[in-house]
Design a protein around this ligand. Structure first.
Ligand code: UDP
Length: 446
């Protein structure tokens, strides 16, 4: 770790697992480059301060009731949070800036927060504090999703579906079906506040994964853009999990053969129905392959955990498989026994899988996941797409295709090459590594 450079960076993550992980990875990187770190966070999904003894933490009241935090509607949750956090965050930040001038020990360089916080840009501006926007999406999604409101209004544009590769028309219809006016105006605000910011940091993207869209983003946003690559590569294994990972996964994997296990996880937000749970269960069981399956508490609509699986089926599942509530995902993907990842294609999961060279089976559910999945299956060709078919025979078949057949070997080979390419990017003098260096220089210049 470099010695302190006398500068402090304030971080304000959105309280979602997929946003907390990249923000803490960035925090660790900046700490290692000499910056001090203060994390302002909500009470809801508060990060574990004890896991990060070198950071300072300040909690603000988010004003959400227990019931409000349980909603599965992420847009609703985020718009509520934006409303209720504005005033406490303003008080907290103002106090911090005042104490800085009193002590004059460390200068606050800037604020870095998620693109989903839409009140922070005008606030930072009024306090004369540079604000950088952290982005946890694939660059092409971030750039492209601002055309969605227009597409929704002018559906005839959809007829020219070839304008939106690699999304297929059916993906686009699904995405547009989810859109609401609330989301449209929220997206408009994200665009506006990002354009007014002092810079944009993509933590899980790099030129190798996002070449075309990065140059498009640079044109569109006209602010400095840093694509520092899969940030967990700089500090592998470090966790900022909101749930306790079940470490017995690793001992179980130790007993399996190389590349034999299918790892199944749908991230921290996606939910499924009871019947989908059963179809996946039968499909995995009938594939005959060992599997490690993350079923979060509350993931199956209307039930607590796995009660919907009949006892007899559960016995058969546990002959070859292991079900856990939360896994140490990066370690699982790194393990020699893991041969494939049945995933919802959240961007973090997708990139983590790429970094470890694990081919995917794509089962995207909503939003950016549909685009990420198309990159995996159609552009990089490092995974097979289930085309939304949550059906036991389809799942059995796709698992066998990936793990046992020649087609799977070819996919694995391509994935290996992509992993090597991305791996080189985060090594000294790689493109992502250099972008990180530019970010550090930029933050030091404030
Ligand atoms: N994750 C984990 N254990 C699990 C499932 C997920 O550690 O059992 C982590 C995973 O490594 C990733 C994050 O949770 O960093 C999920 O982010 P992603 O963008 O893939 O999906 P989201 O949860 O935002 O839908």
């Amino acid at each position: 770790m470099e010695k302190s450079n006398g500068l402090r960076v304030i971080l304000f993550p959105l309280p979602l697992q997929g946003c907390i992980n990249p923000m803490f990875q960035l925090a660790k990187i900046l700490l290692s480059r000499g910056f001090s770190i203060t994390v302002i966070h909500t009470r809801f999904n508060a990060p574990k301060a004890s896991s990060h003894p070198l950071f300072s933490f300040l909690e603000i009241q988010d004003g959400l009731s227990e019931a409000e935090t349980r909603t599965h509607d992420v847009t609703l949750l985020l718009t509520r949070l934006n409303r209720s956090c504005e005033s406490p965050f303003r008080d907290c930040l103002t106090k911090l800036l005042q104490s800085e001038t009193e002590e004059e020990k460390q200068r606050i360089s800037c604020l870095i927060d998620d693109s989903g916080w839409i009140f922070t840009q005008p606030l930072a501006q009024s306090l004369n504090l540079p604000r950088l926007v952290l982005n946890t999406y694939k660059v092409s999604f971030f750039v492209g999703h601002f055309v969605l409101p227009k597409l929704r209004r002018e559906r005839y544009l959809l007829l020219q579906a070839e304008e939106f590769p690699p999304l297929r028309k059916k993906d686009l219809l699904r995405i547009l079906g989810e859109e609401t006016e609330v989301l449209d105006s929220y997206s408009d605000m994200i665009l506006k506040t990002t354009k007014a910011s002092s810079g944009l940091v993509f933590v899980s993207s790099c030129e190798e994964l996002d070449e075309d869209s990065l140059s498009q983003a640079r044109q569109e946003f006209q602010v400095p853009i840093f694509a520092i690559g899969p940030s967990h590569s700089y500090f592998p294994g470090s966790s900022s999990s909101l749930f306790r990972p079940d470490e017995t996964c690793i001992q179980w994997l130790d007993k399996q053969e190389d590349n034999s296990v299918i790892y199944v996880s749908f991230g921290s937000v996606v939910t499924i129905s009871e019947s989908e749970l059963l179809e996946i269960a039968w499909g995995l069981r009938n594939s005959g392959q060992p599997f490690l399956w993350v079923i979060r508490v509350g993931m199956v609509n209307g039930t607590k955990w796995v009660e919907a699986i009949p006892e007899e089926l559960m016995e058969r599942l546990t002959e070859k498989g292991k079900i856990v509530k939360w896994a140490p995902q990066q370690e699982v993907l790194k393990h020699r026994a893991t041969g494939g990842f049945l995933t919802h294609n959240g961007w973090n999961s997708t990139v983590e899988s790429v970094c470890e060279g694990v081919p995917m089976i794509c089962l995207p559910s909503v939003w950016d996941q549909l685009l990420n999945a198309r990159f995996v299956s159609d552009v990089w060709m490092v995974g097979l797409h289930l085309e939304g078919k949550i059906e036991r025979n389809e799942i059995e078949r796709v698992v066998r295709r990936l793990l046992l057949e020649h087609e799977g070997e070819l996919v694995r080979e391509r994935m290996k090459r992509l992993a090597e390419k991305v791996g080189r990017s985060v090594k000294q003098n790689g493109l992502a590594y250099r972008s990180l260096q530019h970010l550090v220089d930029y933050l030091s210049s404030f």
